[in-house]
Design a protein. Sequence first.
Length: 489
Amino acid sequence: MLKALKKIFGKGDAAPQAVAPAASVTPPAPAPAPASEARPATKPAAQRANPTPKAEQPAAVTPVADNPARDKPRRERKPKPQASLWKPEDFVVEPQEGKTRFHDFKLSNELMHAIHDLGFPYCTPIQAQVLGFTLRGQDAIGRAQTGTGKTAAFLISIISQLQQTPPPKERYMGEPRALIIAPTRELVVQIAKDAAALTKYTGLNVMSFVGGMDFDKQLKALEARHCDILVATPGRLLDFNQRGEVHLDMVEVMVLDEADRMLDMGFIPQVRQIIRQTPPKSERQTLLFSATFTEDVMNLAKQWTTNPAIVEIEPENVASETVEQHVYAVAGSDKYKLLYNLVTQNKWERVMVFANRKDEVRRIEEKLVRDGINAAQLSGDVPQHKRIRTLENFREGRITVLVATDVAGRGIHIDGISHVINFTLPEDPDDYVHRIGRTGRAGADGVSISFAGEDDSYQLPAIEELLGRKIKCEMPPDELLKPVPRKHH
């Protein structure tokens, strides 16, 4: 794989194997583009009559002070006085062979304080490798699935960059300095939540834009204070950009998360439009993450990055050790009986069921509801407002079984999912890792059960090869194949 990558990118990619490389590579020092370069002078003047005039923004990284009246209720400001009481010596992490500490990177006290609060003593493999490059200002592309710690890797890099480079003296409200683009609302919300936790002692402002939510409410948040880190889905970001509410010519760091999913979901034309609004790739730092390095993904990386470090985390390090994996060999006609009996006989309370196609998802959900189980579905056909309500009901325990496609289920972060059922085995083995990653989160135990029928059991060897181990295939006991009792109406 690396040989193929090096052919695409040339010899500059030889270094990525080091965990925390010495500072022998001169960082390209991402520089913000001048405010006047990429934007017509008349456009923001008309659009920005209400926000704070440019001259009022101080040079220090404390943009929250621009509008005290509006900022007063913001909770993020409360911990700031405590930052001076906290010292790095309060965060003792002993060196351990084969592990990289966050102490091993020269991070600010404010950032280390937040990392300490989150209880992260050692870097995950992707954090150790990515930060070794990105903290020097180098572009990077990373192959990593959900659950590897990649979000913290790029957030720590962004925060360090913004802390080291004070904001321009002249700056409008809708001019983020860092931009993170992700394919789904759930992923955007999760990234923004993680960013808020990591920036809480820094004075940096995090905002998120997603479709299906109140546009005016998001606009008011944008107009209330300067935006340092913006996390957004492509469609909603373009809405703001095309209305002249957001300008991207000040972006110093850009992150494209789950690039393979953005390809699958048809977002790349929108992403191209967005990237054209940012400074040239030689003047910004670009980080791209993907679960797979397909030819299409690598072509995008080549277009959007400059001499990137290439970091790959092997999938066997990704499938959570806390997830117990089972495979039942079952005829396609018996799969629904098996699902129904597993849920009802075991009295499971929070289960995710995955199927490959939208029509399968709909049929499974309709049967479960018909048979008295609180179930709901998530697919590309479900409107955004209903999707949000469904996830909230699932999180609160009002829904027992959530049936989803891979695209719709990607990026769902809900604690307490006890079981993941693969009603059909995924066509892409990487999706198997993503699916079972919905359970066993945050060190909790979880169980995944895959139904291998005559139509999909041929996928199993590829999944086992990806995992680097065999999964025992069992016949379900007879009591799990009992006919489903029909409800009398």
